[in-house]
Design a protein around this ligand. Structure first.
Ligand code: ADP
Ligand code: ADP
Ligand code: ZN
Length: 217
């Protein structure tokens, strides 16, 4: 099954992706995670991405498309994949269509998580991430058992440098101007399913699961 997760920063894409890939046994491909890893390692890709990520701007399409193209060619994607946070522009969506067509694949489901702007701000500024395993928490809405420590692996939690109030504003503007128009592209193809992302984490997971299993009304 080939799935796309869309939605503004903070909508819960990563949180839900972790759960859905565990259930369906497909790889979780997050372009944001790929950029953060490359930035940490200081690779040429990382240095390029940093110029944009640090400002809350989208990384240029050619750079982003390149990493996705490479990733989708790996063997573990043959059974399916979950793309989280890609595509974010019409040009990326068209590039993805090309990549999939070349290998005789197609998108099965596009899930869009819908969350109001005020809630997104609260979620992003309270988000904490595990340094070791990448698990996501929230200081109020999804706190770890022990403050600052990952439940899953005992790793140290940190706050992303782009999760500050000013960067979040830029990121939400980027979403509205460049990514939101894409919803139409997938709606027109009959692929888009909108899910209320303001429900409890478990309720959102249940709804997505039933859509993917074809059980939703
Ligand atoms: P969020 O969890 O807030 O949605 P991500 O971790 O997905 O954010 O992305 C972090 C940053 O990485 C973005 O602000 C952007 O700079 C870059 N990025 C991630 N995915 C893309 C993409 N598909 N196109 C361009 N830039 C991207
Ligand atoms: P995205 O990947 O879309 O940027 P995340 O999955 O990282 O979003 O979630 C953003 C923040 O909101 C995290 O701190 C996460 O723990 C929290 N969160 C995610 N889903 C929910 C939910 N349904 N209710 C409350 N908080 C949530
Ligand atoms: Zn961890």
């Amino acid at each position: 099954m080939n799935i796309l997760f869309m939605g503004p920063p903070g909508a819960g894409k990563g949180t839900q992706a972790e759960r859905i890939v565990a259930e369906f046994g497909i790889p979780h491909i997050s372009t944001g995670d790929a950029f953060r890893l490359a930035m940490k390692e200081g690779t040429p890709l990382g240095l390029k991405a940093k110029e944009y990520v640090d400002q809350g701007l989208l990384v240029p399409d050619d750079v982003t498309n390149g990493i996705v193209r490479e990733r989708l060619q790996q063997d573990d994607c043959k059974r399916g994949f979950l793309l989280d946070g890609y595509p974010r522009t019409l040009a990326q969506a068209e590039a993805l269509d090309g990549m999939l067509k070349e290998s005789g694949r197609r998108i099965d489901h596009v899930i869009s998580l819908v969350v109001d702007r005020d809630m997104l701000l609260k979620r992003l500024t309270g988000r904490r991430i595990c340094k070791s395993c990448g698990a996501t928490y929230h200081i109020l809405f999804n706190p770890p058992k022990q403050e600052g420590v990952c439940d899953k692996c005992g790793g140290e939690l940190y706050q992303r440098s782009d999760d500050t109030e000013e960067k979040v504003g830029t990121r939400l503007d980027e979403y509205l101007s460049k990514t939101e128009p894409l919803l139409r592209y997938y709606r027109d193809q009959g692929l888009l399913r909108e899910v209320n992302g303001e429900q409890e984490i478990d309720a959102v997971t249940a709804q997505i699961t039933s859509i993917l299993k074809g059980q939703a009304e």
